[in-house]
Design a protein around this ligand. Structure first.
Ligand SMILES: Nc1ncnc2c1ncn2[C@@H]1O[C@H](COP(=O)(O)OP(=O)(O)OP(=O)(O)O)[C@@H](O)[C@H]1O
Length: 240
């Protein structure tokens, strides 16, 4: 699917030539769990190819915001737009379809399917969106190669290191050239050096294919890999 860029331009009110359009945008997001408010009016946007970190103390609502942006959670009030389309008003089936085609995800523990080899994991986003087996395999191998783990492509998750598994998770998040990659503490389970290698791989591979990255972290050294930081405190954005 190609991004309806013109429509996104019109609806997101971008500022004109040279400014890439907002690919994912949220306005006035409020969210509570039971009676406890977690987000109290968050505006957010990430432009095509841009990298943004969401920072804040534990419990400040970073993961909640990421889940709202992904359409995995629905806001109490406010709106989320993907490619200029109001995501939070779509039925779950359409949201799931858009997530599959337009988003990639990296989590702290990779979340690869343990029974599958790395290459089988990486080709999954292509296979579930109807791509044929051979080109999917070829593209998955290219991504693993790009991330420096083609040599262990046939191994299962339990047979590779945490860093190699996380690189495969990055390959899986990017293999279908998503508009945006949403990453929640993607290096949280890795030592500093391995984490840096994974971040470098994520940011450069995303940049090469113009995928935006939204990165949740509580570490300044991780946020430093992105172009911009959004800081949350008490459910609101504060100056970083
Ligand atoms: N499913 C849920 N049900 C009830 N409360 C929740 C739920 N998920 C999160 N919370 C609460 O909402 C608040 C924000 O959680 P969230 O996970 O968004 O914060 P976070 O900034 O990502 O935290 P961390 O850095 O510890 O992962 C926390 O107080 C948390 O306990």
């Amino acid at each position: 699917m190609t991004a309806p860029t013109r429509r996104a331009d019109r609806r997101t009110g971008t500022t004109g030539p040279g400014t890439p359009p907002a690919i994912l945008r949220a306005s006035g997001l409020h969210h509570s769990y039971g009676a406890t408010p977690v987000l109290r009016g968050i505006d957010f946007q990430v432009r095509e190819g841009e990298t943004v970190s969401i920072m804040g103390q534990s419990g400040s609502g970073k993961s909640t915001l990421l889940h709202l942006l992904a359409g995995l959670l629905l806001p109490e009030s406010g709106a989320v737009y993907l490619d200029g389309v109001r995501l939070d008003q779509l039925p779950e089936r359409r949201r799931a379809e858009l997530r599959l085609r337009r988003m990639g995800f990296v989590f702290q523990f990779g979340d690869l399917v343990p029974e599958l080899s790395l290459v089988e994991n990486v080709e999954l986003p292509l296979r579930v969106t109807g791509h044929r087996r051979r080109p999917s395999r070829r593209r998955a191998m290219e991504m693993l190669d790009r991330l420096g783990v083609a040599g262990v492509a046939q191994q299962r998750v339990s047979e590779v290191s945490g860093g190699q598994a996380q690189r495969a998770a990055v390959a899986r998040a990017l293999v279908h050239e998503p508009a945006v990659v949403l990453a929640d503490e993607p290096t949280g389970s890795l030592d500093t050096t391995t984490g840096e290698l994974v971040l470098e791989a994520l940011m450069s591979a995303a940049q090469e294919q113009n995928s935006a990255v939204v990165l949740v972290t509580h570490e300044l050294s991780v946020a430093a890999w992105s172009q911009r930081t959004v800081m949350l405190r008490d459910g609101r954005e504060v100056q970083a």
